[in-house]
Every structure is written in structure tokens, then in C-alpha cells.
Design a protein around this ligand. Structure first.
Ligand code: GLA
Length: 802
């Protein structure tokens, strides 16, 4: 997996190779990152050549042995790391005020070691591997992952830089991180220290980022990599819904299933920074790490600073294969605790049903209905504590609101458990309202700037997690409730960005943003590592902290406050490039939707939400008898196939038409799959719809059948005349009454064929166009969709004779 010969490091995963060498002067020169190459191959053809001195170059002060002209210019080398002051003018991975008072730094290779497994970080969560983490045929630790630790030294300053590379063989992921050690008596100051930096020769690259904001998280954006520096970063104190830390670099011709694609991400939940720079020598520098924004970290003699771990992958088979690498890595090497690899329960959350206006009785009625439709976990959201009857008061006080729960929360939790449901609870522990007992007693716990009025977000201030007393307060109060009330699930919310980044407990405010995250991780570790049975769902106004750092603690994350399925196609679709479906909370809510006023069919709300961790978030009281039955059927279907939805191999369909989205999940072991066909907007007279399956095996026989879903006759409005022999008033009493007790079943299609036929594409039945309706007409309209279950009959026709 990691080999070192002739000064060349060769790192290989199942399908990729990453090679670099130690140059004559001790710099690390990148040679190749891409598809797997045989380890015994000479590197010469791949090396970036230096056979001419380019005008305008500033040459390295030492000449390479055997050459009488100096061609050694750091600016034109593909490097694994670079310093300042030696002729490399590209974006630097490190800006350090060195002990000698200058910013010049020239880190030179000293030694390396190769060890089996990972090297644990001391201050931050990182990827791990154990033999249970592997998916495939190999399960010896050495076969799963190995770590290369390289020691570099800036000699004149006696400052050491350790570069770690861990290879996760099965999932085709490599992680990198850097550690700085000051061995000088004189302190140094880090202004920027990236986790990784690498230079690749340009291949008509495109940069793909996942950006947005509240209720529009992780929309995919792409642009050509062109001259200059493109930065993907956050300054909000969190990883942010504005720019997700994960990003992709794709060759010009890459598609979902073809072409070279690289993906990068960071195991960190605070301010992140990634830069992609195209140099004038057509080299692309890619780096990621903590944002240098407001960052300054002094290192005294023998002090150590760890940058967070970055992880990256490559695929020569397009975006889907790349995403599958990330999904496997996150599921096997980041997610931990009892919920690793475990199917997530179907939950009902009371937030969108009642907001703050609920009584215990209302909740119990909701929970009973939830139980009837097959829900497994009841989640009590905001509003259960202190004076929390709106979002202006109560955050920080964890005493149960006795008006709402006269016999206490533990009694309510018991009641929920007696119904056969698990019990989940919402907290927002990092925040405080000024109207709270906590703020009145400890105003110094909140972040403020001396001489300035603190800025508020959602009427709240952020607690100072750099302060150990605040951390203790949170841990003690949250754990007291978790243990007393038998809580099986926690939704940990964080509803505003940081302002007033100042802690009186810090020697210097350049440490603030990183110290906050270190404080957060400490709190999460103290609460959840001892309680691995709790399913922890992280949330931050939806997906404001959807990152790999949080995934080291919370196996799932509330993807977005936006539960409109058409919006979710973009949000879940965007996140799916970087994160597995097992990590995405996705709920069915009411329509018209809170966020868009869009009226979408109940079936589509489920069909989209099923590609993730399914939940319901609406007042079930308002569902009619037929809708309750439909919802019961949805949940039963989901339970039967949830392993595929949460852990199957996920494929995004190649865009065929701009108003269609297709998703597939495939269980390779069982040979089953589910496909979703979504129509974002109807178009008149479109011709035909093609459903091209993905991930099936050529030569195996499959049966594909539409999941039966209800067609509520109210949807037809005045068009009801097409399906009933009588004409009814579309707004009238009769139609409304029939709609509550009677519905049709949407068109069902069924095909049997070999994998290669289905992957070639099924031409689906016609859509309704007003000329005629029968049971073989697909009724999609705007926002219509269907799920298709794919099963293989191994005992049936079986495999082709080949
Ligand atoms: C945030 C969350 C919601 C809900 C509310 C409660 O907005 O994203 O899901 O929990 O807070 O106040």
C-alpha cells in the first residue's frame, strides 16, 4: 500500500496511485495522482520536466548535482508542500512568522516512517480504521490502511513539519494532515497552516463546489479552473451552509459515469479554507485546511500544532464512483459508535406540526398516530424547557417546562416508550437567550466584544465554548437529562453563526475560532462517547454544519430546514457527491411547503425523503384515512428496503432532460435496488421518458416494478371527468368527501430483463396529456415522481451462458 524505493513514495489504494519523490534538495515533488499504475514503473514519463530555465524565474539557491545550469525552480515544480521565500510564488500552504522573525521557510525532508493503521490525532477527531471497518476481501489491519509520516525541517529555525499520509485501501481514499513543532527557544506564530497542498498538471479542470444558504444548502456549482485563485471557504465560525468544505475537481469531459474526477474534504466543523490556483505554468495547486481568517497561533518552544485531517479520492469513472468512495470512507472510517452501519429508525418530529405551541396531550395524540403508521422514534423538538414558548427566551435553561409536562420529562419519555416508540429530544446547547436564567446568572458565558453591543441571530447569543466552565455547564446539564429521561436520540441544534469572536479565557483572540471548535469537540466527546447507544443527529438551522468533523460524532445530520422535495432534489443531490445517504436526515412534511408554498404530491415527498434517513414532520391529525394508509404503506416499503436506501451504492442518473432527476440505490450483495424518477416540472408533449438503471450486473436477470402509490382524486380537479363517468364539482362536498376515503393507484409498470438491457434504458409509459386516462397512464404533472423496485431472481433465469 505504501512503498518507498529510490526516493520515491508510492501510495496505492485499490484503484488509485499517489506518487511523489524526494528531490535532490529534499523537497517533495508530486509525480502522479490518478488511476492505479503498476508500482514497478519508472516515473520519468510522468515527471514534470525541467530542461530549460524559464525567463522571469527565481531559481533555488542550490544547483542539482550533475547539472551545470540551474533548472531547479520551485515555482515550476509540482510540490506536496511549499514554503515562502525560495522562488515559489503560488499560494502558500503555510504562512508562519518564524523564530527568526521572517516569513521565509524552507522545509526539507529528513526522514519518514511507515506504520500500519492510522496515527491518532491528539486534539481533533480523525479517520480511524479497524478490521471491522473493511468491506471487502481484506481484513488485516495492514491491508486496510497504512500511514506514512514524513519529517521535514526548516533548518535555520529548527522548526519541524510533520506530514501524515494515510491510505485507506478499500475505499480509495487518502488522508493528509500537517503538524508543526517548534523546537526553537524563540516562539513562532502560525498565520496559516493548511492540512494539505498538492500540485497537479492541468487537465482542462473544472471546479465544483456546493454552496447556498439557509433552506438552499449544497447546490452544485461549477466553473472552469482559470488563471488566479478560487477560494471555497467559510468565516462564520462553522463549516457553513454558504460553502460546504467538500469540493471536486473534474477533467473537462467528466460525467456521472465517465472521466477523471478528484474530490477533497476536511474533517473539521469550523472556518475552512480551500484554494484552487491555476498558475501561469498550467499547474493547478489545490489546498485545504483551517481558514487563516482572524487566525493567529503562537507556538512556544516544543509546542505542537495539529492541522485537521483532509481526505481525498480519485475516480477515473466519473462522479458516481467518486461519491461511492467518499460514502464508503465515511461509513467505515468516520462514523463511530453503536450506530455505525446500523439502519436508522423512521422518526416523527413534532417541530413543523406544532412549533412551540403544544401540550403534552397534543404530543401524545401525535405519537399515537405516529405509532399507527409505523414510526419507530418520536422526537420532541424545541420548546420543552425553561420559558421557551417562542424563540426569544429560554435557551440555556434546561429545566423542563412544567406547564407543558406537569409530571416531568422522564414521565413523558416513559409514556412514549410504553407506546413502543423510542424517545428523542432536541437541544441547542451552544446558545443562550438574554432572557434566560443562565444569562442572568452568567452573562460572561456569552460571547461579547468589549465596548460593543453583541450581535444577535435568532434572538440568541453564542456561548463561549473556549471557556472550560461553559463546557462543564453544558456537559452536566445535557447529560443529566439524557440519563434521567432515557433519551435514545438527540437532535443537537446550532442556529446562528458566530459573531463577537472573543473569549476572555484565551491569551490571544487569533486562537478563538479554532479553540471554539476544539471546545465543541471536547463537549461532544464527553457527552456521546460514553453513550454510544444514543443516535445523535447534528443540526444547524438545517445543514449549516454538514461536515465530516460532525460526522465523527453524529452519524446523521439534519440536511436542511427545507423539506420541499423539489428543493431537496438539489440539496440532497448536492450533498450526495460528498456524503452518504445514511448521514442525511430527510423528512416528509406538509404541502404547500413552508419554504416555497409549492404544493407537491404526498408520494413525491416520500419518494425524495426515502433516499436518506426517513422521518415525518407534520401534524398527522390532518391526514385523511386514505392518506394515513398511504403513509403507512410508505413506511412499510421503506422499512423493507431501508438498508438499500441508507447503505446501498448510490448513483445519480446522467441528466437526460433538464426537468428530470433520477436516483438509484443498489444493494450489490442481494442484487436489489430502488430507482427514483422525479419530474421537477411538466412539459407539454415531451415524447417519452427514459429510465436508465445503473449499477446492475450485465448478464443477471432482474425484475423492475413501480412501487404502488396512491393517486388522490382531488389532484384531478376539474379533470375528474376523465376518470369518473359523472361530472362533479371539483371544489364540491362530494369530491372532497370521496377524496378522504377513496383513491386510485398510480400507473404500475413491470419489466423483466437482463441488467444490460435495463441499464440501456427503459422507455416508460406515456404521461397523462389530457386526451385520455387509463390505469397505464403515468400521472406526473409538476413535481410527480415514482419509485421502482428492482429485484433479481438469482434462482430464476439466472446468468447468461457465456
Ligand atoms: C432549527 C432547526 C429546526 C428546528 C428549529 C427549532 O431551525 O433546523 O429543525 O429544530 O430550529 O427551533
Amino acid at each position: 500500500m505504501i512503498h518507498f524505493t529510490d526516493n520515491i513514495f508510492r501510495l496505492s489504494t485499490k484503484k488509485t496511485s499517489y506518487w511523489f519523490q524526494v528531490t535532490a534538495h529534499g523537497h517533495l515533488e508530486h509525480i502522479h495522482y490518478g488511476q492505479l499504475l503498476p508500482d514497478d514503473q519508472a516515473v520519468m514519463p510522468l515527471l514534470h520536466k525541467r530542461t530549460a530555465e524559464l525567463g522571469g524565474s527565481v531559481m533555488y539557491p542550490k544547483r542539482e548535482a550533475g547539472r551545470n545550469i540551474n533548472f531547479y525552480c520551485l515555482d515550476t515544480l509540482c510540490l506536496e508542500w511549499s514554503g515562502i521565500g525560495m522562488g515559489d510564488y503560488r499560494h502558500t500552504p503555510a504562512e508562519i512568522k518564524m523564530p527568526d522573525g521572517t516569513f521565509s521557510a524552507d522545509f526539507i525532508y529528513q526522514s519518514h516512517i511507515i506504520t500500519d493503521g492510522t496515527v491518532r490525532m491528539k486534539t481533533l477527531p480523525s479517520a480511524y480504521c479497524d478490521s471491522s471497518g473493511t468491506t471487502g476481501e481484506v481484513n488485516e489491519l495492514a491491508a486496510i490502511c497504512q500511514t506514512l509520516t514524513i519529517t521535514m525541517l526548516d533548518e535555520s529555525n529548527q522548526v519541524k513539519l510533520l506530514l501524515y499520509y494515510t491510505v485507506f485501501y478499500d475505499t480509495n481514499v487518502i488522508t493528509r494532515r500537517s503538524v508543526l513543532i517548534n523546537e526553537n527557544k524563540v516562539p513562532l506564530t502560525i498565520r496559516k497552516l493548511m492540512s494539505m497542498s498538492v500540485d497537479l498538471p492541468n487537465d482542462d479542470f473544472r471546479l465544483i463546489t456546493f454552496d447556498g444558504g439557509w433552506i438552499k444548502e449544497a447546490h452544485k456549482h461549477e466553473r472552469p479552473v482559470s488563471y488566479g485563485i478560487h477560494v471555497n471557504s467559510s468565516t462564520t465560525g462553522d463549516s457553513s451552509n454558504i460553502h460546504n468544505p467538500g469540493f471536486l475537481i473534474a477533467s473537462g469531459d467528466a460525467t456521472e459515469s465517465r472521466g477523471s474526477v478528484y474530490g477533497f474534504n476536511l474533517i473539521y466543523s469550523g472556518n475552512h479554507y480551500s484554494a484552487v490556483e491555476l498558475s501561469n505554468h498550467d499547474l493547478v495547486r489545490i489546498q485545504t485546511g483551517i481558514n487563516p481568517y482572524c487566525f493567529e497561533w503562537r507556538l512556544e518552544e516544543n509546542e505542537v500544532y495539529e492541522a485537521p485531517e483532509a481526505f481525498f479520492t480519485f475516480s477515473a469513472e466519473g462522479f458516481n464512483d467518486l461519491s461511492q468512495n467518499f460514502h464508503g470512507f465515511i461509513n467505515h472510517h468516520l462514523i463511530r459508535g453503536d450506530w455505525k452501519g446500523k439502519e436508522r429508525p423512521v422518526l416523527l418530529n413534532n417541530w413543523e406540526a406544532f412549533f412551540f405551541r403544544f401540550t403534552q396531550l397534543k404530543l401524545i395524540k401525535l405519537a399515537k398516530r405516529a405509532k399507527r403508521i409505523g414510526v419507530e422514534l418520536f422526537v420532541l423538538d424545541d420548546g420543552w424547557f425553561g420559558k421557551r414558548n417562542d424563540d426569544k427566551a429560554g435557551l440555556g435553561d434546561y429545566d423542563v417546562n412544567r406547564k407543558k409536562f406537569p409530571r416531568g420529562l422522564h414521565a413523558f419519555s416513559r409514556r412514549i416508550h410504553r407506546m413502543g416508540l423510542s424517545f428523542g429530544l432536541w437541544f441547542e446547547p451552544e446558545m443562550v437567550n438574554q432572557d434566560s436564567n443562565l444569562f442572568r446568572t452568567h452573562p460572561e458565558y456569552a460571547l461579547t466584544t468589549p465596548g460593543k453591543t453583541p450581535a444577535q441571530g435568532r434572538n440568541q447569543l453564542v456561548l463561549d465554548l473556549c471557556n472550560p466552565a461553559v463546557r462543564d455547564y453544558i456537559v452536566e446539564n445535557v447529560t443529566a437529562i439524557l440519563d434521567r429521561c432515557q433519551v435514545d436520540y438527540v437532535k443537537w441544534d446550532y442556529n446562528r453563526h458566530i459573531s463577537d469572536a472573543n473569549s476572555s479565557t484565551l491569551p490571544d483572540q487569533g486562537r478563538f475560532f479554532h479553540s471554539y471548535i476544539l471546545g465543541l469537540y471536547e463537549v461532544l466527546d464527553r457527552i456521546f462517547t460514553k453513550r454510544p447507544h444514543i443516535l445523535f443527529e447534528s443540526c444547524s438551522s438545517g445543514g449549516n454544519r454538514f461536515d465530516a468533523g460532525m460526522l465523527c460524532f453524529s452519524p446523521q445530520i439534519w440536511t436542511s430546514d427545507d423539506t420541499d422535495p423539489i428543493e431537496r432534489l438539489k440539496i440532497q443531490g448536492g450533498l450526495s457527491y460528498l456524503y452518504p445517504l445514511s448521514a442525511m436526515g430527510s423528512h416528509v412534511s406538509e404541502a404547500p411547503h413552508q419554504q416555497t408554498l409549492r404544493d407537491t404530491p404526498l408520494a413525491t415527498r416520500f419518494n425524495v425523503a426515502s433516499f436518506g434517513c426517513l422521518g415525518y414532520e407534520l401534524d398527522l391529525k390532518y391526514l385523511s384515512r386514505v392518506q394515513m394508509k398511504e403513509v403507512w404503506e410508505q413506511i412499510s416499503f421503506y422499512k423493507d428496503h431501508r438498508r438499500i436506501f441508507q447503505y446501498g451504492r448510490f448513483f445519480r442518473g446522467e441528466p437526460d432532460k433538464e426537468n428530470k432527476v433520477v436516483w438509484h440505490c443498489v444493494d450489490d450483495e442481494k442484487g436489489t435496488g430502488v430507482s427514483g424518477f422525479f419530474q421537477t416540472q411538466a412539459k407539454a408533449g415531451e415524447g417519452f421518458d427514459r429510465l436508465s438503471l445503473m449499477g446492475l450486473k450485465a448478464g443477471n436477470q432482474y425484475r423492475i416494478k413501480t412501487r404502488p402509490q396512491s393517486l388522490f382524486i382531488k389532484r384531478f380537479g376539474g379533470l375528474i371527468k376523465h376518470i369518473l363517468p359523472v361530472t362533479l364539482n371539483p371544489e364540491g362536498f362530494i369530491l372532497r368527501t370521496i377524496n378522504k376515503v377513496f383513491c386510485l393507484t398510480d400507473c404500475i409498470e413491470e419489466y423483466e430483463a437482463y441488467g444490460e438491457v435495463l441499464m440501456n434504458g427503459i422507455l416508460l409509459n406515456n404521461q397523462f396529456v389530457g386526451s385520455h386516462y387509463n390505469e397505464n397512464t403515468r400521472l406526473l404533472g409538476d413535481f410527480g415522481s415514482s419509485l421502482y423496485l428492482v429485484e433479481s431472481d438469482w434462482k430464476g433465469i439466472g446468468q447468461h451462458e457465456k
